[in-house]
Design a protein around this ligand. Structure first.
Ligand code: NAP
Length: 555
């Protein structure tokens, strides 16, 4: 018997640190870790001790003999990784907590998503470090609450890890406070030794083609926020009356959106999906979602794990046409001589398996198109279709358009081509990457000099890539340079004390929500969910969230 890692894997490597035989890879010490789609258990070296199962925060690990039918393919996905990896790894470096100088250190963390929490988790280990976490929303957890798809409940279990940090005595929430509007960065810098910016990447990238802004052409970033009950998008209205939707881009967000559009709404009713989205989906006419990837089946931006799980949605067929199976001459040669990278090899295998499956009996389908790019979103006053061009490979293996164009009719185009960070007032910004320039989390100016007391973590630090667990190591890296700067005396001493912040905010009409307030919201959402049989019924307006934060009215 061996253990197997399945779809919810969050890459946070909690399992790696408890494995006594080092059979889970890549480990954080291995270079591939930063780009790994998921972690894999080597079936040859696993000793079946089960330590990884207990450590996994998202319940993704099972003994091979107890895998659910739909998880069986993960057995091969785990084993495939070891086709071109020998499973050897260096010893993990021994981490010793450094001794901090005497006196309290105050740190403001801006943002309450995964990177913010993973950094805070490291910092609150030191009793003298006081962490105040600010977020513009009345609720914490960033993209775990407002990004992770509602049907991926296991992934959201990572919130338990964050909750154990929020219970620490040296941790405080200051939710419902917009840094840059309610309090300036200078005001924070005057009161905290360090400000750690982890506000993520919340806007969308642009396609730069005609018709992109027509009604009916929407950004996946906003559509995801809508079905997840983000207050900024609670009033959005989407026209789902077309039989077909087209999604541009084939990353994991595209797959999330396709599943939500096609899953039976009765199945979604038990999740934490926003009620307004559930109601809209119940009257949706969409039966087909076409996902456009501009490169080949070897280059899907999705992870294999999510690609696999797309085929497991009840009542939904995955369709790939044989004509879409072309790969570059270089990949074709590597597939022939068996030298192809295992992740790419699995991508090709899974796409070929979908294409070979000729039985398409479901009334809903997701169609993956490859080597296909949009050149124009069509329509006069609203979207009526997309013009696409066929791509091909030149001799150097570069993707280029062939000139062969066609049209797909649709009333809904969802642009899912990635998230982008936004300028933070008072900090340098790299327009090209949508990130704050930094060295290992220390914010730097154009001369590469550290701006004292300013740090960054998460998507704002490294761009919008990687799953939740990737943020663990990103947050830890930033936390470790903060600790280094405390120990090395490189931290500026703030002229003021942070104790006046709440009064200062109140004088501006801003009442921060603290841990008790969040706990009240959480209870209110869970209580409401019981009545409708879901895991959580999200409150989706700022006014109602504020009301819930004050707690139930006595009596
Ligand atoms: P992504 O993974 O970066 O995918 C972006 C997609 O858009 C790619 O297919 C890309 O093609 C395509 N694209 C970019 N510019 C384009 C253009 N001008 N024309 C046509 N296509 C274009 O972004 P994402 O899906 O938003 O995901 C962001 C991150 O969150 C990823 O790391 C993802 O894995 C992670 N995430 C993870 C999960 C999960 O673990 N379940 C769920 C959601 C998101 P190319 O590849 O050719 O550039």
């Amino acid at each position: 018997m061996a253990f197997v890692i399945t779809r919810p894997c969050c890459n946070d490597a909690s399992c790696v640190s408890v494995c006594p035989v080092n059979c889970i890879h890549p480990t954080p010490e291995e270079p591939e870790f930063r780009t790994a789609e998921m972690l894999y258990i080597d079936p040859e070296s696993c000793i079946d001790c089960g330590a990884c199962v207990d450590a996994c925060p998202v319940g993704a690990i099972f003994p091979d003999g107890e895998l659910a039918d739909e998880d069986e393919p993960y057995l091969r996905l785990n084993a495939d990784y070891y086709l071109d990896h020998d499973g050897e790894a260096g010893e993990a470096p021994l981490r010793r907590a450094p001794k901090l100088p005497d006196g309290d250190v105050y740190i403001a963390v801006v943002g309450a998503g995964p990177a913010a929490f993973y950094a805070a988790e490291e910092l609150v280990r030191f009793g003298s470090v006081q962490v105040d976490m600010y977020d513009r929303l009345p609720t914490p957890y960033g993209l775990v609450r407002a990004g992770v798809a509602p049907d991926h409940a296991a992934t959201k279990a990572v919130e338990r890890t964050f909750a154990s940090t929020e219970r620490k005595k040296n941790f405080q929430y200051r939710l419902d406070v917009t840094v840059g509007r309610d309090i300036t960065l200078d005001e924070l810098a005057d009161r905290y030794h360090a400000v750690l910016h982890a506000s993520g990447a919340s806007t969308d990238k642009k396609l730069g083609i005609a018709g992109e802004d027509l009604p009916g052409s929407v950004a996946a970033t906003e559509f995801v926020a809508w079905y997840n009950g983000h207050p900024d998008h609670a009033d959005d209205v989407y026209d789902l009356s077309s039989e077909r939707a087209v999604i541009v881009g084939n990353g994991n967000v595209a797959l999330d959106v396709a599943r939500i559009l096609l899953t039976d709404p009765d199945e979604l009713a038990s999740t934490d999906i926003a009620q307004h989205a559930l109601e809209a989906l119940r009257t949706s006419s969409i039966r087909e979602v076409v996902i456009l990837g501009r490169r080949s089946i070897a280059d899907g931006a999705y992870t294999n794990s999510e690609f696999l799980s797309t085929g497991l949605v009840d009542g939904v067929d995955v369709v790939i046409d044989d004509a879409d199976l072309t790969v570059s001459p270089q990949i074709a040669a590597q597939l022939d001589d068996g030298t192809v990278d295992s992740t790419i090899g699995s991508k090709v295998r899974l796409a070929r398996e979908y294409a070979a499956n000729g039985t398409h009996s479901a009334d809903r389908r997701v169609v993956f198109r490859y080597l296909t790019a949009p050149t124009e979103v069509l329509g006069d006053s609203a979207v009526t279709g997309v013009r696409i061009v066929r791509n091909s490979y030149d001799a150097q293996g570069r993707v280029c358009p062939t000139g062969e164009t066609s049209e797909i009719s649709t009333g809904l185009v969802i642009r899912s081509i990635g998230y982008r960070g936004q300028v933070v007032d008072g900090l340098p910004f790299d327009e090209e990457t949508g990130t704050v320039p930094n060295h290992a989390g220390r914010v730097v100016n154009t001369e590469g000099e550290h701006l004292p007391g300013q740090y960054v973590a998460g998507w704002l630090k490294r761009g919008a890539s990687g799953g939740i667990g990737t943020n663990r190591f990103c947050g830890q890296e930033t936390a470790s340079v903060i600790v280094e700067d405390i120990v090395g005396g490189a931290m500026p001493t703030p002229p003021l004390h942070r104790d006046d912040v709440v009064a200062m905010l109140a004088s501006r009409g801003v009442l921060p929500i603290d841990g008790g307030g969040w706990s009240n919201i959480d209870k209110a959402e869970r209580t409401a969910s019981r009545a409708v049989g879901s895991v959580r019924r999200k409150i989706v307006t700022i006014a109602k969230l504020r009301e819930a934060a004050t707690g139930p009215i006595p009596g």
